[in-house]
Write a protein that binds this ligand. Sequence first.
Ligand code: DON
Length: 564
Amino acid sequence: MPKPIRLSAFLLYLFLFPVISLAGPHQAAIASAHPLATAAGFEILEQGGNAFDAAIAVSATLAVVEPSGSGLGGGGFWLLKRAKDGKEIIVDGREKAPLAAHEDMYLDAQGNPITQLSLDGARAAGIPGLPAALAHLAKKYGRLPLLKSLGPAIRHSESGFEVGDSYLTAVKAREKALQAYPASAEIFLDQNATPKPGFRLVQKDLAATLRRLGGSGHAGFYRGETAAKLVDAVLKADGIWTREDLEKYKIVERRPMLGEYRGIRIVSTPPPSSGGVVLLEALNILAAYDLESVDTITRKHLIIEALRRAYRDRDLYMGDPDFIKNPVNRLTSQDYAAGLRVAIRTDRTLPSENLSDAASPALQGDNTSHFSIIDRQGNQVAATLSINQSFGSAFVAEGTGVLLNDEMDDFAVSPGKPNSYGLVGGNANKIEPGKRMLSSMTPTFLQTKDRIAILGTPGGSRIISMVLLAVLDFAEGHGPQSWVSIGRFHHQYLPDVVEYEPGAFGAEAIRGLEKLGHKLKATAKPYGDMQAILWDKANGSLEAASDPRGEGLAIPILAKKPVL
Ligand code: DON
């Protein structure tokens, strides 16, 4: 290369370097669903790690301290933004159906779903993706060795920690399922019953499994001792995993879904999560209305009508992009949204049965876990992790400490019939060997000239409507404390019901919405556990907020040591 070019490249580097290094917020912020997980993230930042190392520490610590929500036996989506080159990417660590899986594996002789089979026990478990994702993050994006970033999780699993009320409530709700599996009961229960307050949860086998993952990376989980123990335990319990399933598991790096709503750039999950597509489709429908000026009942009505249509397309068209073609461009185009708006009236609702004739009941879990991170350089992570229902399949593979997911229930187990979230999937999301089940997880970045937001939440099918409400709140200029606190409501096309948190609708809103033809149903309890960060570049402030409904901890603090 001729010298002048090298020199100009060097000068360009000198010119860019301060811009890049000054581009971060000079502080770090982490919001996660558990104080120990947030602390683990900061511990790793202080040891010289970046946001991606901290994401490993938070993910692994959540597996230990919030075992009902996520873990090594599950999967998730990590949305990353790398400050030095602006690269935005999704690490898809979603579980996959085992190679021996087949379409009617959860059906009885008459073709009806045997619900319990896709929810409890080893047969309900997809091949985990979380360990592979952590190994990938360390190798490709982190600065620290994987074992070091797993340090806090290893420590908490080995020495134990005192569980909080959320743990006790979650165990109580799944006590029966946990009692059915001795290796699970041994770890999570106390003398085969829900523990009393003050219980220390010690997970020695999990610590050893984490050490093997940290020591050997991907192969430390998907091959060797851990893999052998996982497959043995699953087969003994009537499951269908093979060593080949584990050996073949790979994360996929995917380009995020990109969209725009009223000048806000939105970055979110692509299939196999429906999150980004449904979010963008609903926002596109809403973009033509002036939601800030209309009265509050009309505002709610329009949001419900947009959700009804966007969730309908989830049911009809979406599945694993490695198996089927998702019409994402069409679903997220402005023309498509304009077409859908034509049939939206402000004086009454259009029932879902007029869009289709199926109907279904809905249940809802409140597990899974989200965290958000920004480091001093401006590296960003929004990650939503899951083992599906509370405590997943409730099955721990003996000798590993790994609690397996029941994510197979996220497939359309019987196309046309509802799953545990009342979602009705079609053939696009039918079970096929090696396929990823459709998700609703929606880790999201929002960006305007001055404001950067990092957010997401658990909540099954309601995840997407929660993120939508937060985006609208962001658009109206509010901050993270408001996004995580606002009263929530939801519509998912089927069942044709508007669910709302107790207290989210006043008497007038209830009357007004019923008059428009909506069927309303208050949820039994508040839902969601949103974790959010806002970096305001204009005034240099960094805010973080944890959902008041959960026990999470959000802190924006100055990193103690400079991270070079
Ligand atoms: O991937 C999904 O969409 C679900 N497995 C997420 C489950 C969830 O958020 C549970 N909490 N309610």
